[in-house]
Design a protein around this ligand. Structure first.
Ligand SMILES: [Cu+2]
Length: 216
């Protein structure tokens, strides 16, 4: 934070209190056991001072490009509607057997008729009936404070101060499904967390094994 002298700080503090808008940001940096910046993770704040908060409804997209789900990992709040366009020129058959959301979009190209609503927290693993190498994840969280991690960093803004229950999820997290950290968030500015994750090697190729081999 830039120090601008006592007078300015006092004025800023008074303004914050008057607006009742004390808020800071959580900045999480993730590296794996080899020191490589982690992608495809989700960071979320499950509660602040033990209090949960409901997410606002939202509409998002999980695309299908070159026989892969894009993004590979999508985080959404409970109640979100997700559309699953198929941007390939071949047909896909998207499904999930997850308890949090079981659904099926039989063979299609383009945009399915309606988005799918995710009204239960939990992990939803996506597959395609035609292409076994297609694998995607949707993490449905019951909080407005979450972020997908790209290139090792995630940022969650507008966080009230307090004790945060921060959870970190990654599809290849070794030993446990989620990591939970307790973090004391400042009333303003960035609260930074650096965490190393132990990740398992990828089990199968996410991309098509051979180009042009599909006939669907
Ligand atoms: Cu497919």
């Amino acid at each position: 934070m830039l120090y601008k002298g006592r007078g300015t700080c006092a004025v800023a503090l008074v303004a914050l209190l008057a607006a009742g808008a004390e808020a800071g940001s959580l900045v999480v940096t993730l590296k794996d056991q080899d020191g490589v910046a982690v992608s495809d993770a989700v960071v979320y704040v499950a509660s602040i001072d033990g209090q949960a908060s409901a997410p606002a409804p939202q509409q998002v997209t999980v695309d299908q490009v070159d026989e892969a789900f894009v993004p590979h990992v999508r985080a959404v709040g409970v109640g979100a509607s997700i559309s699953f366009p198929n941007s390939d020129h071949i047909r896909h058959h998207v499904y999930s057997f997850a308890p949090a959301k079981t659904f099926e979009l039989p063979l299609y190209t383009g945009l399915p008729a309606a988005p799918i609503r995710f009204d239960q927290a939990g992990l939803v693993t996506l597959g395609c009936n035609i292409h076994d190498h297609m694998l995607g994840y949707i993490l449905v969280v019951n909080t407005p404070w979450y972020a997908e991690v790209a290139s090792g960093t995630a940022r969650i803004d507008n966080l009230p101060a307090g004790e945060l229950a921060v959870r970190i999820w990654h599809p290849r997290l070794s030993g446990e499904t989620e990591l939970e950290l307790t973090v004391q968030a400042a009333a303003s500015g960035d609260t930074t967390v650096q965490q190393q994750l132990t990740l398992l090697p990828e089990r199968k190729a996410r991309r098509a094994p051979r180009r042009g081999s599909s006939r669907y």
